[in-house]
Design a protein around this ligand. Structure first.
Ligand SMILES: [Cu+2]
Length: 74
């Protein structure tokens, strides 16, 4: 099923960061959409949760030097 989670990536400072993050996430075929917001440091990821999960998203961002935390839903 398709799932959507929002992550906070504090070290996302500019468009180069955005490109790196977007490229890395979309290179996984389970990821269907990535939206980023530089002002709020938010990265919204839409993905198929049968093949990918929150831990894997966080660890793939960690690998490229962008520690991420999941944004708790209200
Ligand atoms: Cu940057």
């Amino acid at each position: 099923m398709s799932k959507e989670d929002i992550f906070i990536v504090e070290d996302m400072h500019c468009n180069a960061c955005v490109n790196t993050i977007t490229k890395t996430l979309t290179s996984n075929e389970s990821v269907t959409n990535v939206e980023t917001d530089l002002d709020t440091k938010e990265v919204k990821v839409e993905y198929d949760d049968e093949n990918f999960d929150v831990e894997e998203i966080i660890s793939s961002l960690d690998t490229i030097g962008f520690p991420a935390t999941i944004k708790k839903k209200p």
